[in-house]
Design a binder for this molecule. Structure first.
Ligand SMILES: [Zn+2]
Length: 219
């Protein structure tokens, strides 16, 4: 068999995406689909659909499905904001939601908070609150020597990145200056060598420096 090149960026047509939305709607018996529901049953990445149709609701309406006006839980709204903030490396503007294809649209924030500034203030309060601190300490499984789990959850990643000003601690790269920069949170003392998942043992690295670090550790 010959190896064939597949152009993933253009390989899907609008029609194929719409047909798949309708298929999932038929199979699940739901007149309206959330992104999470589609993610579970659909063939394509929801972000591809949003890229093709601008917003999730537009895709739903063109596919003849009902538009969902569901109320998101505050946690979902805040988690989505944290993901976007991490991706772009600075406080998102209202416009950034559509610019960076946020799965949750501005409308959902408007329904909950009224104004974008109120949404941002509530988000900042939440991240500074004890409520968000409590989820930092995830217990490790019994019979390991660790006090914490290896997994770095979103709230903790956000906390570490905001402490590091959304910049790579090694080379200073930031998605705010260069959108191709992808930031990660890394254990300073590796977890495999007894390092814990605590703020003091975590740092922000860009993907290049992160790979460089794992190469030198393996050498
Ligand atoms: Zn770097």
């Amino acid at each position: 068999m010959l190896l064939e090149y597949t152009d993933k960026t253009n390989s899907v047509t609008d029609t194929e995406l719409l047909l798949d939305l309708q298929r999932v709607s038929n199979e699940t018996g739901k007149q309206s689909l959330t992104i999470a529901e589609y993610k579970e049953h659909g063939r394509y990445d929801p972000s591809t659909i949003i890229r093709h149709f601008e917003t999730w609701n537009k895709a739903l309406s063109i596919a003849g499905l009902q538009i969902s006006n569901r109320q998101y839980a505050d946690r979902e709204l805040f988690d989505n904001l944290a993901e976007l903030w991490i991706k772009i490396g600075h406080q998102p503007s209202r416009r950034d939601l559509s610019l960076f294809q946020s799965p949750i649209s501005y409308k959902a924030y408007e329904r909950r908070f009224g104004k974008w500034s109120v949404a941002l203030k509530s988000f900042v309060d939440y991240y500074n609150s004890q409520e968000s601190l409590e989820v930092y300490q995830i217990e490790a499984k019994p019979n390991t020597t660790h006090k914490t789990s290896r997994d770095i959850n979103l709230r903790m990643r956000f906390k570490v990145m905001s402490r590091d000003n959304f910049k790579c601690c090694s080379c200073g790269a930031s998605p705010a200056k260069d959108p191709s920069v992808d930031l990660h949170v890394d254990h300073i003392k590796p977890w495999a060598k007894g390092g814990e998942t605590v703020i003091e043992n975590l740092q922000t690295l860009c993907s290049k420096c992160n790979w460089g670090k794992s190469d030198s550790l393996n050498a």
